[in-house]
Design a protein. Structure first.
Length: 219
């Protein structure tokens, strides 16, 4: 296993240790979360889980975790904790997410949780966020949406999002994350974007060389 993969595993196992018996847990998407699922299953806790993608749902069930549909009437509407990775984390706690195209569901799950924990390796920690910023767009009116979002390009070879949205990437400046997030959210045709604000994040677990730093962002 490479050093980067070892760090992902260390961060995931540290996050799994934060989960308590009886919790309702949101499971993110991506390569770091892949290490979280067996770490949770090994603890043999009684958990109710929701997943942000079909891939995570299938892997979690295979690991032996109880996964529920988050859209079911009468189902879960609040979570105790959500755990997910990130593509970039800046010093203020802003995140870029969506490399896997599930950022809309990831935001919904993070917002529904009392505590959103980000797990990452040291290579994802940046001094300032940079492009690309993932976007999920409505298929209807797509050419007009892309024109309004210039410079944005469709992600080559990308599958639709879990809910059928078109995945694209904003390629412009990210010097003002809050302003950019507001502009993207206000643009017609944008379902969601991959900029996650610090007030959504409770903790960031950063693994470097086998050591895990626990950085608290908000409470």
């Amino acid at each position: 296993m490479s050093d980067a993969e070892s760090d992902k595993q260390a961060a995931a196992e540290a996050a799994a240790a934060l989960v308590e018996d009886g919790m309702k847990v949101g499971l993110g998407t991506g390569s770091t979360v892949a290490y979280l699922l067996p770490a949770l299953a090994q603890r043999s806790l009684q958990l109710r889980c929701v997943a942000t993608s079909l891939a995570t749902e299938e892997a979690a069930r295979k690991a032996g975790l109880d996964v529920e549909r988050f859209e079911s009437e009468g189902g879960l509407d609040q979570l105790d904790i959500a755990i997910d990775g990130a593509d970039q984390v800046d010093p203020d706690g802003w995140l870029v997410k969506g490399g896997g195209g599930a950022h809309t569901r990831e935001r919904i799950v993070a917002a529904a949780a009392d505590r959103f924990v980000v797990i990452t390796s040291g290579g994802k920690i940046v001094n300032a966020l940079v492009a690309p910023v993932p976007l999920e767009l409505l298929p209807f009116g797509l050419p007009a949406t892309l024109r309004a979002l210039d410079p944005t390009v469709l992600r080559e070879g990308a599958d639709p999002s879990p809910d059928g949205g078109v995945i694209a990437d904003y390629q412009g400046s990210v010097d003002d994350p809050r302003g950019l997030a507001a502009w993207l959210s206000a643009t017609a045709g944008v379902i969601d974007h991959g900029l996650f604000p610090p007030d959504l994040v409770a903790d960031v677990l950063i693994a470097r060389g086998g050591e895990v730093e626990h950085r608290r962002v908000s409470s």
